[in-house]
Design a protein around this ligand. Structure first.
Ligand code: FMN
Ligand code: SF4
Length: 604
């Protein structure tokens, strides 16, 4: 083993206290320093952290931003989600490829620049976009792609590619990004002016039980997608036995089409940190962790600065806001490119320095979470709502919204509309009103809730955005008349196949099968029975998968089958012999094993 590599890796591990649970930080640092986490580096990490080499390898192979093989000094990751493709990502990709003289997945012969595709990077409102190392570049065209390559060849410094700065804190020297916020509608809760420290003072003047009661009275439900009542989650965590308790803020925001947490973290991070602090007080935790997706690494220096300022001001640290005995601080844990890590148990595994494998529930994180201790996991926006509830009172919060869905919701709107961006709107608003605000003139379909959500047809645009009707973590993707909803569903399947952790057969294999059959239909080779096959297989995957990824992955197919049936029917033709092949799971699994190239584990 080369002495320099071994010593540097040892030093990186030492700077993380040789703590195995800091594995993500260690491997990220090694990747940044050497352009890969080589076999030798893995051995050195395993030795320093006193763990098995296979543990290190399993982490490195899991996350898309980590690699055993060397990558260029600069890595261009072009977002190829559906919205970016609709805005010309393929043409931009071709321009990058031509200018560099390499294909996607390759590195220039001098080892300088690698070119890759990546899943949604949270910039659909300014697509096509890419990450160049950590630096986001937006609104790309063929000409800008060529210019970027020419500039990089000169200076190899991604930060110098930022020729114009975005609005608000995007222009802060610690962010220094060309990203724009696109806040189209500032509602009364999330983007309202900040009364710094007020919510924490109000909370600390109450007992923890009273704080939880206030959150319950406000009828706050989680903003990350599932809509679980926040006060109830906190009550369970407070009541659970454990030597320590933890608060985790889910800033993974990997659902394609979602970018509202990016804007909160840019403009109102203090509001989310205050909510975490209040949660810490309510459940009896001393430590909070913000799990920040790797794609938002450019925000980290600014977020660290905000945290440092809060420590200075006594809003974090010992005796928070003068409350004797209440100590609470927050650290940032970076992710490394994995959608499934947004699922709370996978996210906890990642924070513990493991692969982001979802765990079987129960036990829920409230009982057994981070380091086996009771843990609250909430979305960034949820914590902001908490802050507002404590600041203004539960009544001022739940006077907005609808009966079952109190407050406002941040929507990330993108696609075929004139005004893509972030909208804070009251729950209960009709989809048609939202579309009007966003300048979506003649949509033929709207995907509500990201890739895992519902494809809604125009005859249902009078439905409302709320937990009891069209529930969403925030993403709305608009599709105009020139789009093919079946191709969109096909694209979403690609995404889920790529992001599945592979643990359970229905998710790993079933989605491959769904895709195969859908593509057969798209190619004009389908028959009516294929629609029943898609329905049966989709439902099987949903019911047999272990985590939310598999339980929602068939939604694009199932909801288009329901709401756009005529599009399918126009493509399938009746068999001449009148026979309808039936769905056979074992036969299907055998087919899929061939397609997936490996044998299936048993379904759990
Ligand atoms: C595949 C998958 C990805 C998820 N991604 C996110 C995410 O990026 N952000 C988030 O807050 N919740 C995400 N969730 C939901 C979390 O598991 C969890 O329910 C949420 O963080 C709880 O916070 P809340 O109650 O405030 O909504 C995801 C769930 C699944 C199944
Ligand atoms: S459903 Fe998919 S992502 Fe979730 S545990 Fe199973 S294989 Fe992994």
């Amino acid at each position: 083993m080369s002495g320099t590599l071994e010593n540097t890796v040892k030093e990186i591990c030492r700077s993380h206290n040789n703590d195995r649970t800091r594995m993500m930080d260690v491997v990220r640092a090694v990747q940044e320093r050497f352009g890969c986490v080589s076999s030798e580096a893995m051995n050195a990490i395993a030795a320093a952290l006193r763990t098995h080499r296979v543990e290190v390898e399993s982490v490195v192979s899991f996350y898309s931003f980590l690699s055993e093989k060397p990558k260029g000094k600069v890595v261009i990751r072009l977002c190829n989600d559906i919205i970016d493709r609709m805005h010309g990502a393929d043409r931009v990709g071709q321009a990058f490829s031509d200018a560099l003289g390499i294909e996607f997945g390759q590195t220039t012969p001098d080892g300088a620049i690698s070119l890759e595709y990546t899943a949604c990077i949270g910039l659909c409102d300014q697509a096509p976009a890419a990450l160049i190392n950590d630096v986001p570049v937006t609104d790309l065209h063929r000409s800008t792609a060529r210019q970027i390559v020419a500039d990089l060849k000169k200076h190899m410094d991604p930060r110098r590619l930022v020729h114009r700065l975005g609005d608000g804190n995007n222009a802060h020297e610690l962010v220094h990004a060309m990203v724009v916020n696109n806040i189209r509608n500032e509602g009364p809760l999330i983007f309202s002016p900040v009364n710094r420290g007020e919510a924490i003072s109000q909370a600390l003047a109450m007992s923890p039980a009273e704080v939880i009661r206030a959150v319950k009275t406000a009828r706050l439900r989680g903003r990350g997608g599932a809509g679980f009542p926040t006060g109830m989650k906190w009550e369970f965590t407070r009541a659970a036995a454990g030597k320590e308790k933890f608060v985790i803020c889910n800033a993974d925001e990997g659902e394609p089409g979602t970018f509202k947490d990016r804007v909160i973290l840019t403009e109102r991070p203090g509001r989310a940190f205050a909510g975490m602090t209040i949660a810490g007080y309510a459940i009896g935790a001393k430590k909070g962790i913000v799990y920040l997706r790797g794609e938002y690494a450019y925000l980290r220096p600014y977020l660290e600065h905000v945290l440092a300022q809060r420590r200075k001001d006594g809003l974090l640290g010992r005796n928070v806001a003068g409350k004797q005995g209440f100590d609470f601080d927050i650290v940032i844990q970076m992710g490394a490119g994995s959608y499934v890590c947004g699922e709370e148990t996978a996210l906890i595994s990642s924070c513990e320095g493991l692969r982001g494998d979802p765990k079987t529930r129960p036990p829920f994180p409230a009982q057994k979470g981070y380091l086996d201790c009771p843990t609250v996991v909430n979305n960034v926006e949820t914590f902001c709502c908490v802050t507002k509830i404590l600041e203004k009172g539960p009544g001022a919060f739940n006077e907005h919204g609808s009966q079952g869905s109190a407050g406002t919701k941040l929507l990330s709107i993108s696609g075929d509309c004139k005004l893509p961006g972030v909208y804070e709107l009251p729950f209960g608003i009709k989809l048609s009103e939202v579309l009007k605000l966003a300048g979506a003139e003649d949509p033929i379909a709207v995907q509500v809730g990201g890739a895992s959500g519902t494809m809604v047809a125009p005859n249902e645009f009078e439905r409302t955005i709320c937990f009891d009707d069209l529930a969403t973590g925030g993403a709305l993707m608009v599709f105009g008349p020139e789009r093919n909803v079946l191709e969109v569903a096909d694209y979403f399947l690609d995404f889920f196949i790529e992001e599945s952790c592979g643990y359970c057969t229905p998710c790993r294999v079933g989605n491959v099968l769904l895709k195969e059959r859908l593509e057969r239909i798209l190619a004009g080779h389908g028959e009516p029975a294929d629609l029943d096959y898609l329905q049966d297989l989709g439902e099987t995957i949903k019911t047999m998968s272990r985590c939310g990824l598999g339980q929602t992955a068939p939604n694009p197919v199932l909801t288009t089958l329901k709401n756009f049936r005529s599009a399918y029917e126009a493509l399938v033709k009746q068999r001449d012999d009148g026979l309808q092949p039936a769905f056979d799971l074992s036969e299907a699994v055998a087919d899929a094993e061939q397609i997936a190239g490996h044998r299936s584990a048993r379904a759990d």
